[in-house]
Design a binder for this molecule. Structure first.
Ligand code: PSU
Ligand code: MN
Length: 305
């Protein structure tokens, strides 16, 4: 394969793509910034196994020494998990600097979509996406993830978005950008730790085959936008809404008091919410990622039929 000169596709992923076999992309910010070591490495490896068990090849995406990587070895995943917060969070605006300087970068939803698309991978599983922050009418803090969903044709399977964000404004923004927001087995937008948010999705879809058919239609008519599949956390792992809401309100209050801004905002809020809610939220987080990996793999299999 002769691809982008900055991109390395690992042999297993390259072989699968060349043969038209299903591949699922995974992000690396969730490994280095989203969970503590060693649970982050254990989770990343378990997610890859779930994708294999459901018939697809996993491609964890990251930047190592200035190279864009589609597919990491277990040793590279271990390296990313151990180095943790020491790895730069890489959004679209960081890519060129990180590559030119030969740095490592943890890919967000945005950069995972970009690199997946360069490699020819169509389906991507993660935990939660970035969105429009509360108070964005004055701060203008809107995640680059929403712009990427509007311009890069990759399907993102997530568990919705955490209510650290303004979910209503996030949905409005996605509508403006032309991104279909699909509820998998639900008509309501899930809010990561909870199955409900009080906001409706654009469409409810109940099977991986229909998810694949919708994405195929988008692809074949040449729409450049992505598609957002929101898959609710399994009932048994969902958290009480009151507990999560209280932790989020406290974390947002602290964030404002400390004057945290820009790319630090989301990692700060995620870390504080997880500290305030303890081990329960970590195990919920792990379970919902497993659940998304399965739906993404089954959909990638359908897409390749
Ligand atoms: N929200 C989550 N979990 C995450 C992230 C967001 O519930 O891990 C990460 C993802 O990598 C996402 C990024 O792409 O944060 C968005 O950061 P920002 O809001 O700075 O664009
Ligand atoms: Mn931001």
């Amino acid at each position: 394969m002769n691809l982008n000169k900055y991109l390395d596709v690992n042999p297993e992923v390259a072989t699968a793509l060349a043969a038209g076999k299903p591949v699922v992309a995974l992000e690396s910010t969730i490994i280095s910034h989203g969970m503590p070591y060693p649970q982050n490495v254990e989770t990343a490896l378990a997610v890859e196994q779930i994708i294999r068990d459901n018939g697809a090849v996993p491609a964890t995406i990251a930047i190592i020494g200035g190279r864009l990587k589609a597919g990491l070895s277990p040793e590279e995943i271990e390296y990313f998990g151990k180095k943790g917060l020491g790895i730069t969070k890489a959004s679209r605006r960081d890519l060129a600097v990180i590559c030119a300087r030969g740095m490592d970068g943890a890919t967000t939803v945005t950069t995972t979509m970009i690199i997946a698309h360069m490699a020819g991978i169509k389906v991507f599983a993660t935990g939660g996406i970035g969105g429009v922050h509360r108070g964005a009418e004055t701060t203008m803090d809107i995640s680059a993830d929403l712009e990427e969903l509007g311009q890069t044709p990759v399907m993102v399977v997530c568990a919705g978005a955490k209510s650290i964000l303004d979910l209503g404004l996030t949905l409005e923004y996605l509508e403006t950008k032309g991104v279909p927001v699909i509820g998998y087995g639900t008509s309501e937008l899930p809010a990561f730790y909870t199955r409900e948010s009080g906001f409706g999705v654009d469409y409810r879809v109940d099977t991986p085959a229909e998810l694949a058919a919708i994405f195929k239609a988008s692809h074949e008519m040449g729409l450049k936008s992505g598609m957002l599949v929101t898959n609710p956390i399994p009932e048994e792992f969902a958290m009480p809404k009151a507990v999560i809401d209280a932790a989020i309100d406290k974390a947002i209050g602290e964030c404002n008091e400390k004057g945290i801004k820009g790319k630090e905002t989301t990692p700060f809020l995620l870390a504080r919410v997880s500290e305030l809610t303890g081990g329960d939220s970590l195990s919920s987080n792990i379970r919902l990622v497993f659940n998304n990996a399965k739906v993404a793999a089954l959909t990638a299999v359908e897409f390749c039929k």
